[in-house]
Ligand binder design. Sequence first.
Ligand code: HEM
Length: 472
Amino acid sequence: MAVLEPPPLRHRNPFRILLQDLADERAAGVAYPPGETSFSLTRTKRFNDEPLPLLLECYQRYGPIYTIRILHSNVVVMLGPAANHYITVSHASNFIWRESHFRDLMLLLGDGLLTTDDPYHRRSRLIMLPAFHRERIAAAVDTIARETELALADWTPDKRIDIYVWTRRLALRVAMRALFGLDPDGQTARSIDAATLFEQALAFYAAGYQHRFIRGPRTPWARLQHASRELDRMIYSEIAERRRSGRRGEDILSLLLDAEDEDSQRLADQQIRDEMMTLLFAGHDTTTSTVAFMFYELARHPEVAARIIAEQKELLSGGEPSAEQLANGELAQLEMTLEETLRKYPPAWIGPRKSLQAFEFEGHTVPANAYVNYSSWASHHLPDVFEEPAEFRPERFTPEAKAALAKGAYIPFGGGSRTCIGMRFGQLEIRTIATAILSRFTLELNHGFELQIRQMPTISPKQGMPMIVRAR
Ligand code: HEM
């Protein structure tokens, strides 16, 4: 297994990318699918601010494959079970991630698992997979439970909390400890506020498209650079300490430090940093949103919360859930609620790709080098797949109803060779946090709270999720 360099990029400069996009479109050998292809700043802004209604309207008008022009470039959108299966599984090798219109994520993540393509991507996955095996994940329950208890220690009846902010801090501490054996209370980690830095860095992606082109002081780009440098300080100091001391554990950092190719070459610090940054980001941001959206829906559906609590009383007989119960999702009411939360609000809402070769899908051609996206969020809201999709109904996920779903209909964790590597870890974490909260507290929404969703790079509540803690 020779050490590989990350796949090359055609361009990094945003203006060169823009020119290349225009050249690719002119050179397209076949027509794009029909759609809304005129230049429109209104549409671009809408896609940036509230893409779901736009994607669904176009589905009604054009069907499961269509084109929309976002800023200067055509973007092909493919929705529904067959489209999702086509992109993620049956024809996955015709799509790359790296040149997709989410490539800006590389400014923060570098060349980690999320942002690279095969063969580099496959090799990275092989190195890290052992850390995500079922038994290793189950072993993280104690860490998650301990950190959750710590975070709950100052919850008292009538306290006001922002469950989104609260979970981000908790999920980052969990990711640091459980994935990297990194002590969040250690000297370097304590000297930075990782949760705020991630919030700052990710704000770059919520800025309008045009703002993301601008470089220079006091721009969203500059704030991203600053946050990234600070987070690097923590990551590089941990890598250096581990190399110096030889300290190893059952964590991913140990796997990365010891990975060798056939010439006994090791990964460079920068490569390890990129994988760590990717997992820290992906490992906390998605779970944070899911916990916040779950408690939002539970506050609006007390009857669902009551069923989960009744189940806790019956199965846990007042005690703690076992690691197996949590790891295997054995609390059925909680599980259905989690699945429905991930249907209605799949945090990684879009699967950005670029086509390598021209292809045909459902009677329409798509050129080579075209931006092609699948979207779990929009696919989970198609009324022909999920009846009354805006309704929150955990019973959509009874074992029988779930078995009846078409292949590719429900894809909160993506699919195929790029399926979320942290799926089991994320599910375990959400179950553990939710069970701990629900066994003691009820969370109420602030009076008059109206949910607005921010969608870059993952979907999350735009104004956080302010709630009031009530004793159960
Ligand atoms: C509710 C929790 C989570 C959801 C809904 C979620 C969703 C997803 C989705 C949809 C993808 C595929 C994206 C694509 O096709 O382009 C993905 C990939 C990924 N996720 Fe997650 N994720 C979650 C939790 C986690 C956790 C906890 C970790 C780390 C511990 C993680 C690490 C990753 C990584 C590294 C990838 C890239 C995988 C690859 O390309 O091989 N995720 N995730």
